[in-house]
Each structure stands twice: as C-alpha cells, then as structure tokens.
Write a protein that binds this ligand. Structure first.
Ligand SMILES: [Zn+2]
Length: 689
C-alpha cells in the first residue's frame, strides 16, 4: 500500500515560508506535494515522473500572465525546490497544439525561449502534456503497480475492471509533442475522467488543488496494488528499496570481477593496463532470489523495459548468468558477455538501417545482470549510474513478477525501444557531462578515517572514483565515509587479523564489482630505543606496518587477476624507511620492508599490467603526529610548533592533502611503476637515490 503522506501543517509551513506573492505560495504547495510523491520510490524512480502547476505572474509591465511551472531536468522530486520548477509562458505552450507536428529539438527550443528565467533548467519533455491538460495541478508518476498494469497484454479490460471509466487510456507513443497532443485529445473526449493511464508508460492525475491531485495518485495506485495482490494470491509487493547485498561477499568475489573485466573491455581501452570504467551495484533478497529461480528467466530478460525511459539506464535486455554458465567459471561468464555484445551490435545494425542511419552506437555491454544464486547487478559508468540501474532493475523484478501473475508482461517492442534508447534528447543528456578522470574506477583506502587516508579518498572521489574506506575504528570509518557521500563504502576491519584483508576486499567487490586502485595507507608509529623494546611490540608493529600491507596487496592482486585488466597498488611508506629517526626503529624497520615491497611487487606484477608505487611523507599532522607530540618535539629542539612543522627545505608545513595529491599523481602516471615519491617539503637526508 502506498502511504498518503499529506500533512496539512507541513504543507502550510512551506506556503508561509514562501512569502506573500500568491504565485510563490502556489508554487510552494507544488514543491510540497512533489516531494511527498518523490519520497516513495515506488511512485517515481530516477526522473520517472514529473509535476506541474498553472498560475499567474506579473510581467515587467505589471500585467498578469498565465504561467506553467513544470519540473526541470536535473531535479528529482524528493529533493525538489522552487528553482527545480521553471516557469514557462503558458499561452505560448498552448498555441503549439495547433501544429500538426513539432520536432523534439524545436519543442525544446520553444520551451526554453518561453522561460521566465532564461537561466532556468530545461523544462521536462512532458511539459506540453502538462500544459494541454486544463487542471491547475498535474502529477505524473511511473508507479510500480501502474507499470505492471500498463504492460499487461490486454490492459484496457483490467483498467475498466479496476476504474470503470474513471481513467482515460492513451495508447503508447514516445514522450514528446505527439504524445501530448494525443493525451489532450483523449482527455477532451473524457473530460470527467479522474486521471489518464499512458499504456506501457505511466499514470497522470490532476485537480484544482495540490491535495486533490496527490490524493488521487495514492488512491489510484492503491486500487491497482489491491487488484494485483488479488491476482498474486494475496501477495503484496514490499517496495523497491535498495536491497544492497554485500553479505554474500565470497560468491560475489568469484564472479563480479570476472564480469567487470569482460564488460570493462567492451567499454574502454582493450589494453590491459588501461583503467576499467565500470562500477557495479548488487541487490538481493527473497523476492529477487525467487525471481532468479524462474524457469522463464531467459525469455523475461529479452522482453524489454517497464517504462520507456528505463532503457536509457538499463538497456532493453538483461544479461543472464545461469548456474551452468557460472559452473564454467571465467569462460562461461566471458562467453555470455560476448554473446550479449554481439546481439546488441546486430540489433543496432538492423535498427540503424530501419531508421535510415544518423545514430552512433552506444557501448554494447549490458547494464543489468541477473545472476542465478547471487542477485541482480546494476552496471554503470560510475557508482551513481550503477545504483540507478540497480534501482530500476529491482523495480522491474517487481513489475515482471506482478505482471506475469496478472496476465503477462508485454512492454514496448524493439523498434520503440530503439527509438527511445537512441532519442536525440536522451543522447544529449548522456553526453552533456564530460567524464571525470577516475569515473568508473574503484579505489580502496586503508586507514581511511585517518588524516592522510581521508584526504586521499576525498581526492579520488572528487576525480569521480567509487571509493571504499577501510578502518579499524567503526564510528570514525562510518563518519569519514559519510563525509565523502552516499556512494562511499565504509568497511570496518582490523587488517592485522588473519583473513581480514581478504574479507575487506570481498566486501568492496560485493559493493562495487571489483577494484582498480589499492591505497595501502594504514599505519601507526611505535616509539622507543630499539634495543629496549620488547619483542612483542616490534612484532606488532611489523603486523600493522608491513604484514597488513602485504595482506592487502595479496587480496587486491586476486581481484586484479580475476578482472584480467591491470590494477594499481599505492603504499604509504615513510621517510623512516630510508632516514631513521632515533627511537623510531620499531616504525622504520617494517616501513623499510614495505619500501622494499613496492619494488618487489612492481617487479613481479609488471607483466600483468599492475603498477606498484609509494609515497614517502614526513611530518604530517595526523593520528601519528598529534598536537601534543608536535609540541614536545618542538620544545626538545627549542623551536615553535609551527617552525617545527615547517622544518624542511621549503619552510612550509606539509599537509595531508599534499600527500593525497602525490597518490593521485602516481595513480595517473600510466608508465610509472616501482617508484616512491617524497612529500616532505624537502629533506636532503631522506632524499631517495
Ligand atoms: Zn513519463
């Protein structure tokens, strides 16, 4: 059941906060009811839905003019603000209805040139449909239940059974001018209807007030959910809510990196040392497991998408990896991916000929994989694209399950799918943002909650990478990950424990599908004159400052090998490795071993395209170098704390961000391996030869 989230007090609070201008107050109400629609992913998912309101605003001459505020591109309903509902001159939109045809490009241009604010975002491609309906408030959703209903083999009969003639039915037409005109025609023939269903697409409601239209969104959707439950032996769907499956790490670790490598080679450079621009997002749970056990899985995978715009995120066909494929290991997985790509290329060629050319093929890899016994996996160029594909894939599982039990899932066919996937407006949306240098790469940082670790993780995240932080302190690790963003993974692990490195890397693989860059940074300094130290202390320091680096290197190398596509290891060494400080032997000795590890691994892994480099940093404010410690060192040398920190050739304090920059520079240096960069402001005694 969809919950009716309307709350008079909250609605009124938004209206009051909007000031005294009546149009602003109406718009505030529009923002409010849009957000409560957006709060339920089973009503709208990833831009699948939009809202509008008609009002009047004074022009520069003080004359009231009718205006349509409609959702702008780049905004989601759940976080909508007034700026996300650009105002468009309504008279100009209504005039368009006289035309027989209007190209998408002319439509977008006309909408833009009638914006009240020339810098506002593009109004939705469904703007004209909103404009042509006479009601003040109009709500459009792609509710899960409606998608099941709209894709039935005989939807009209079911719609009549549920709604009588309260819903008008619009046949499938791709979004744009023709659909808007057809919907308006259907509405004019049924002026008393409570809403419209767009076959194989979604649902519209409307009303004189925000509440009237919103109440209908919920009431109509619940009527459809009740009807579907009756057809599903009373089973109601639980809702589509990011059921991340990271628990099944061991199975995922054997499958996802191989799949990621195969897909990455279809996306990017075939050279094994080039990065793999692919991130994955795996979902699981009871409903998904039951779905993946269906005997008709192969057939469903070719059926199509639940709503036309899904094809942009998920492509029209899913990759299926059955138990038999998985039993063959790498060969089985790679063969299925290659088959998928071949079928996609053939589809493109046939469609290219049908539409008379003028289209450029997208990457031929799947964006959703159904993996028997494991889960469903969203695949994308970065973490947010993978997550969007996974969200839609989860919703599609519900739509297919409910629809098949209620008569069948019969979405738009291959021609309509192609027209949508290769729609010029959608293509423009995709290519708008230039990819960031590390987009699609997965980076793991150990000691991720510390000063250098977090600064390094942030630097990679800023450059587009999907980042995982590993740290032994649970609270600090989660807080650090949250400070990077919702797509940053926190992995709590004490890397000195046996098996911990493999488990941590397994969690990262289950979350993102693989790994490209390991930043092995965790460490801690132990003090004391070497011959006075007890052996246990020295051995403990070796566990953390050397063996944990080696364990992470081994765990990462296994993933790199499964991906068969290079990879990188970056180690935080220390100036202690080459320039010992009195009383720091227990720190310097394992660091010297880690310094050697860089060179040893570079030698042994170079042939697999894996680069291994390190950073020697010194005197960074961090867990190793606390303010108290700095104070005591400064006093011992008879200088101020700031002079102590700037005690280098450049006379400038070295900060964690400078170390992060060095890690990033090494990660970018495609022909550099076995190298250690010094980041210490200049220290001749610690200079490397
Ligand atoms: Zn729509």
């Amino acid at each position: 059941m969809r919950q009716n989230r309307w709350n008079d007090k909250e609605a009124q609070a938004r209206v009051e906060a909007a000031g005294t201008n009546p149009a602003d107050r109406t718009l505030a109400l529009r923002v409010y009811s849009s957000r409560i629609i957006g709060a339920d992913p089973d009503l709208v998912m990833h831009g699948g839905g939009n809202t509008s309101v008609k009002t009047e605003r004074e022009d520069l001459f003080g004359v009231l003019q009718p205006v349509l505020h409609v959702k702008g591109s780049g905004w989601d309903l759940d976080t909508l603000e007034a700026a996300g509902l650009p105002g468009v001159r309504l008279d100009a939109l209504l005039e368009m209805r006289q035309l027989d045809a209007l190209s998408d490009e002319d439509m977008v241009n006309m909408q833009r040139s009638n914006l009240l604010d020339s810098s506002a975002p593009n109004p939705s491609v469904e703007t004209l449909l909103h404009a042509f309906l006479p009601h003040t408030f109009v709500d459009h959703t792609h509710a899960t239940a409606f998608l099941a209903l709209a894709n039935l083999p005989e939807p009209e009969a079911a719609i009549r059974e549920i709604f009588g003639d309260r819903l008008a039915v619009v046949p499938y037409i791709m979004p744009g001018f023709a659909l808007a005109k057809k919907a308006a025609e259907v509405f004019d023939a049924h002026p008393d209807c409570e809403g419209i269903i767009l076959l194989k697409h979604g649902h519209f409601t409307f009303g004189a007030t925000a509440k009237e239209s919103y109440d209908k969104v919920i009431a109509h959707t619940n009527l459809v959910e009740d009807w579907l439950a009756a057809k599903n032996a009373g089973r109601r769907f639980a809702g589509t809510v990011k059921r991340n499956r990271t628990a099944s790490a061991p199975e995922a670790a054997a499958i996802l990196p191989v799949l990621r490598g195969a897909i990455g080679r279809l996306r990017g450079d075939h050279h094994r040392a080039a990065p793999l621009p692919v991130v994955m997002d795996m979902r699981g749970g009871e409903v998904i497991d039951a779905f993946l056990g269906r005997p008709d899985l192969q057939d469903l995978a070719r059926r199509g998408v639940a709503s036309p715009d899904h094809v942009i995120r998920t492509k029209g066909r899913m990759l299926v990896l059955g138990k038999d494929d998985l039993a063959q290991g790498r060969a089985g997985i790679e063969a299925r991916v290659e088959e998928y790509a071949e079928a996609y290329r053939a589809m493109f060629k046939a469609q290219f000929d049908r539409v008379g050319g003028g289209k450029v093929m997208l990457e031929p890899h799947p964006c959703v994989a159904w993996i028997e016994g494991l889960g469903i996996v969203g695949i994308g160029k970065d973490a947010s694209a993978a997550s969007a594909a996974a969200d839609i894939a989860e919703q599609t599982v519900e739509v297919m399950t409910l629809g098949e039990a209620a008569g069948g899932f019969r979405p738009i066919g291959p021609d309509d799918l192609f027209d949508m996937e290769y729609w010029s407006l959608e293509q423009a949306k995709l290519s708008k943002a230039a990819a960031k240098p590390f987009a699609g790469q997965v980076v793991a940082v150990t000691g991720g909650a510390g000063a250098i670790g977090l600064a390094t993780a942030k630097a990679f995240a800023r450059e587009g990478a999907a980042v995982a932080l590993i740290d032994f302190n649970p609270e600090a690790c989660k807080a650090a990950a949250a400070s990077i963003g919702p797509n940053c993974l926190a992995v709590v692990a004490d890397l000195t424990a046996s098996g911990a490195a493999d488990k941590a890397v397994g969690e990262i693989v289950a979350r993102f599908g693989g790994l490209d860059v390991l930043v092995s940074n965790a460490g801690a300094a132990v003090q004391g004159m070497l011959l006075d130290l007890d052996e246990a202390t020295l051995r403990a320091s070796f566990e953390l400052n050397f063996f944990s680096h080696l364990a992470m290197a081994k765990a990462a190398a296994k993933v790199f090998s499964a991906q068969d596509h290079g990879g990188q290891m970056l180690f935080n060494v220390s100036k202690q490795a080459v320039n010992p400080g009195k009383g720091f032997g227990a720190y310097g000795l394992p660091k010297a071993a880690t310094f050697f590890l860089v060179r040893q691994l570079a030698l042994e892994l170079g042939g697999s395209g894996i680069r291994v480099n390190g950073v020697n940093a010194d005197r960074i404010r961090s867990g190793l170098l606390t303010d108290d410690f700095i104070q005591s060192r400064a006093e011992a040398r008879g200088v101020s704390a700031s002079d102590y920190m700037a005690g280098n050739l450049l006379k400038r304090e070295v900060e964690a961000t400078h170390v992060a920059d060095a890690f990033l520079a090494l990660a970018r240096s495609e022909r550099t391996t076995a190298h250690v960069i010094t980041v210490d402001g200049g220290n001749i005694e610690a200079a490397l030869r």
